[in-house]
Design a binder for this molecule. Structure first.
Ligand SMILES: Nc1ncnc2c1ncn2[C@@H]1O[C@H](COP(=O)(O)OP(=O)(O)OP(=O)(O)O)[C@@H](O)[C@H]1O
Length: 252
């Protein structure tokens, strides 16, 4: 990990029409290249809103966001190629195979021919999907579909990977496989990862830094171990989360 800034969020606010308060209320975060950054918070804290803005799905109300030096307001088209966005829902055609789904996604990113084929083959081998690659996705286990879904988000070799609850609803074993894939992408390929999870134990181990949000504001940002150690009576991120938000996280 080096110290170059890859995402900068300055005074970001989001106000939904007819809402009585801001969903994001003056958020300031910086994320450096190669970092694994966790955005944590109870239901309604603003995590999905933040990720939707960073992914270009939702417009921001005010503030400034840059990704890889590009301004989100004016350079969205170029940013699209720097970002890999992996939604929680499976964004695949069920009757197509993993290979055909990935070829299709690759073409949407402008890849073609041998280059595309090689990239798809490589990812399929790398993440242990060779045996099932020709079978329709609808015949896969839930965990396997989520793995293919992830591959769809990284085929174009993004600099930043944005994941909303990548292991939500998975069994323990599939969760471990998914986390190992993400660890590889971060450690071996240097992908910056921005992720949210309800699994605080997982976030504590996986993240270089976390931000805990509530009501659209950041309550604390830092290395989870340092944050926990600031109070010697505290022994986990879960305890810190409870202290700050007054709630245990739903879903853990
Ligand atoms: N389309 C919308 N219109 C109005 N208000 C919205 C809309 N989407 C979200 N909100 C509100 O914005 C706030 C932040 O919601 P958001 O979904 O970003 O939170 P979250 O942290 O992702 O929650 P969860 O963990 O439940 O997914 C909440 O108060 C929510 O009710």
């Amino acid at each position: 990990m080096n110290n170059s800034l890859i995402i900068s969020i300055e005074n970001l606010c989001k106000h939904y029409r007819n809402a009585d308060k801001n969903a994001l209320d003056g958020l300031n975060l910086t994320i450096v290249e190669g970092e694994v950054f966790g955005v944590l918070g109870p239901n309604g804290a603003g995590k999905t809103t933040l990720f939707s803005i960073l992914s270009g799905i939702l417009p921001l109300t005010s503030g400034k966001v840059t990704i890889a030096g590009l301004d989100l307001k004016t350079d969205l088209e170029s940013i699209k190629y720097k970002l890999g966005v992996v939604p929680q829902e499976i964004a695949l055609y069920p009757s197509l195979s993993a290979e055909d789904n990935l070829l299709y996604i690759g073409r949407m990113y402008g890849m073609t021919g041998e280059e595309l084929k090689e990239k798809v083959d490589y990812r399929i081998r790398q993440f242990g999907l060779t045996e099932v690659k020709d079978k329709p996705v609808k015949t896969y286990s839930g965990g396997m579909k989520r793995r293919v879904n992830l591959l769809g988000g990284i085929l174009h070799q993004p600099e930043v990977l944005i994941l909303d609850e990548p292991t939500e609803g998975m069994d323990v074993q599939s969760r471990a496989v998914m986390m190992e894939m993400l660890r590889k992408l971060n450690k071996e390929e240097g992908m910056t990862i921005l992720y949210t999870s309800h699994y605080l134990e997982q976030a504590e181990i996986f993240c270089d830094r976390v931000a805990i949000l509530n009501h659209g504001k950041q309550l604390v940002v830092g290395d989870p171990k340092d944050l926990i150690d600031r109070n010697e009576d505290r022994s986990s991120l879960e305890e810190l989360f409870l202290e700050l938000t007054g709630t245990t996280i739903v879903g853990s």
